[in-house]
Design a binder for this molecule. Structure first.
Ligand code: ZN
Length: 658
């Protein structure tokens, strides 16, 4: 590990104590081996003015909700220093009282809540204080001989046994340093937790951290070699979709299952001892709120019912019963991480964000566990310590923001074709708004940027090439764990298709996109949809099916055929719980097909203004692509869970259809 301090860069942050604090906090945050996802915290002691203009000594400490990697000045709430230090002299302090007293000490009540380690930062006398959960130090500390190794490697540091973070930890440190000069130590090593460094000088405090972590890394390099299996597994994607389904049922909401099948992850999952070494506990207790205490171990070829998930839930309930105190309500029993034997590791979560955090933690966990094993073994804290942190109100508060009423497609995975514009793009927006992971397919390569802008994933795909369709669907399943919703929207329309004039070529092209591609999409999706959550196929038909128009032969025939295909699919798939419905839109003018010019000409043909023409239907409403997209999203939701084989018009009312 190298120091990232650069004098010329640091100069730009030399304006104030807080500027400098921002600079070195970001240096710490930019190294994943030190801290991850909101972990770790930093502070600086400074003088500022209160509301009345009086000078006051303050602690500026990392606020909750900020990540060291990207922290800015508002991420450091200012607390009155003396009052915050005084809290460490109390005999006891409840979590609620600590949170309210820290808030009471804040100069600006609109700042974020201060870190749970604020009192500890306050009582360390140095100006700058840095705290990380460095992997390499955890490897040494989590060793059966950890006490001896840490004492040997960090002989110039204050070394303290594990206690609960927060007030209890600040009391422990306060007792340890009250009668001594802390500057005789290079840092504080907290067993099973992490490292503190401190100095009057920001560079020294930061570089002491790097030096201490380097010592641990050097020790590992001199003694340990990671020994893991060789990856070779070919993933069975239907098994992955079944695993995702079982975890979703266990958690009570749709979950993504993001598989890491990198060589590193598969190598880990190939180890003979992987079940044993994976289920001892987290490498640092802080991780428990993201990953739960242990992952679920999944058989290479899981049985149909995935019994591992039920067993995991039962064991979680037992763990809760063994450790619970009064007034605690059990969290859900579903795993957040899985080790899938020979295949890799899996992160389970309601969003890609939640999964990415779990994946990152697990990547570091794999390294830390294997390195620990190579040094003679690794141990986690007893489950009672982990439980205490998992059910600590202050830790739960970090997650609280994410609960509440959920959007209707949160955790679901949806494929929508023809996504680069019009109804397809609008449908993608509707599903993104409702929390789904949306993958928009289109032959137009702009789909990648268009989808990127709305928070979806764009993939270029020629739907008339079945091999390509199959490959893209497999890519989606291996990335997110399954499939719940398929919207077959892509279609083409050539004007002036009189039967006498239309070429066979154009006829074939229309059929191949509007009809054949829909069959191929369905054919390649069904094996995953059957393991989806309230799975649904929605086909975008057309008013032309019920009310065809002259000059639209291929289009009208293709839409009639695709409607019949959907009806057969509804019959074939109902027993598996997959619903298939058709939407028949008409006169959707806010798409790329309709220029202002074309609209004006069409309106003129009917002797209408453009506005009148747009609403030329019984209800006199304009049918926008957003209205169509929103309806597709509702049909895919639980509201329509008892409807299949239906044809639903969205045309403002059409007398020929009615
Ligand atoms: Zn910590």
């Amino acid at each position: 590990m190298k120091s990232l301090w650069i004098d010329s860069e640091a100069k730009a942050f030399s304006g104030s104590d807080l500027d400098m604090r921002v600079y070195t906090s970001r240096l710490l945050g930019s190294n994943e081996n030190l801290v991850m996802h909101g972990g770790g915290n930093t502070s600086v002691k400074s003088i500022t003015q209160d509301f009345f203009g009086n000078e006051v000594e303050v602690l500026l400490v990392k606020g909750s909700g900020w990540d060291l990697k990207t922290i800015e000045k508002p991420g450091f709430p200012a607390l009155r220093l003396a009052e915050t230090q005084r809290l460490a002299t109390l005999d006891t302090l409840t979590d609620t009282d600590m949170a309210s007293q820290l808030r009471f000490n804040m100069l600006d009540q609109t700042s974020p809540a201060p870190s749970v380690e604020a009192i500890l930062h306050a009582i360390i006398p140095s100006k700058f204080v840095d705290h990380t959960h460095a992997d390499a130090v955890l490897v040494l500390s989590n060793n059966p001989k950890g006490k001896n190794i840490i004492a040997e490697v960090f002989s110039d540091c204050l070394i303290l046994p594990y206690v609960m973070p927060g007030f209890i930890l600040s009391k422990q440190v306060n007792e340890a340093i009250k009668d001594i000069d802390i500057n005789q130590f290079k840092g504080i090593i907290l067993h099973h937790h992490g490292v503190f460094t401190f100095s009057e000088d920001p560079k020294e405090s930061y570089e002491n951290m790097i030096e201490l972590v380097n010592r641990a890394e050097d020790y590992i390099l001199s003694k340990g070699v990671i020994d893991h299996g060789v990856s070779q597994s070919k993933i069975n994607l239907e098994d992955l979709a079944r695993i995702r389904n079982a975890v979703s049922i266990s958690r009570g909401s749709p979950q993504l299952a993001m598989l890491d099948c990198s060589d590193d992850a598969q190598g880990y999952a190939m180890r003979d001892d992987v079940s044993k070494i994976s289920t001892r506990g987290p490498i640092t207790p802080d991780h428990v709120i993201r990953t739960k205490r242990i992952p679920v171990i999944l058989e290479k070829k899981p049985k149909d019912s995935i019994p591992e998930i039920g067993i995991y839930a039962k064991e979680y309930r037992d763990y809760f019963e063994r450790n619970k105190q009064e007034n605690l309500i059990m969290l859900d029993c579903a795993p957040r991480a899985g080790v899938w034997l020979e295949n890799g590791t899996i992160a389970f979560g309601s969003s890609t964000k939640e999964c990415n955090i779990i994946s990152d933690i697990w990547r570091h966990t794999r390294w830390t566990i294997q390195t620990g094993e190579s040094l003679g073994g690794w141990e986690a804290l007893p489950e009672s310590d982990i439980f205490e942190l998992e059910y600590w109100s202050l830790e739960q508060a970090k997650l609280a923001k994410s609960v509440g009423s959920q959007p209707s497609h949160k955790g679901k995975i949806a494929i929508i074709t023809g996504a680069a514009g019009g109804i397809g793009e609008a449908t993608c927006r509707s599903f993104v708004d409702e929390g789904a992971v949306v993958i928009g397919l289109d032959i137009n390569k702009d789909v990648v940027s268009i989808m990127g802008e709305i928070g979806a994933i764009g993939k270029i795909c020629d739907l008339t090439n079945e091999e390509e369709v199959k490959r893209v669907i497999e890519e989606i399943v291996i990335t997110y764990g399954g499939l719940d919703i398929l919207v077959c929207n892509a279609g083409i329309f050539y004007s002036g298709e009189n039967i006498e004039r239309i070429s066979q070529d154009r006829w074939n092209k229309t059929m191949s996109i509007n009809l054949d591609a829909t069959r191929s999409l369905m054919a390649n999706s069904i094996k995953y949809l059957r393991h989806g959550i309230n799975p649904s196929i929605i086909v975008i038909g057309s008013r032309n099916y019920e009310a065809p128009g002259a000059g639209a032969s291929a289009y009208s025939v293709s839409k009639a055929a695709v409607t019949q295909l959907a009806r057969v699919a509804a019959l074939e798939l109902a027993h598996e719980g997959i619903r298939v419905n058709v939407l028949h839109p008409d006169a959707v003018f806010d798409t790329k097909l309709w220029t202002d010019e074309a609209l004006k000409n069409s309106a003129a043909r009917y002797n209408l203004t453009v506005e009148e023409y747009k609403c030329k239907n019984l209800l006199r409403v304009e049918v926008t692509s957003k209205k169509v997209g929103d309806l597709v999203s509702v049909i895919a939701s639980d509201i329509f869970s008892a409807t299949t084989g239906a044809q639903i018009p969205i045309d403002g009312g059409n007398d020929r259809v009615i």
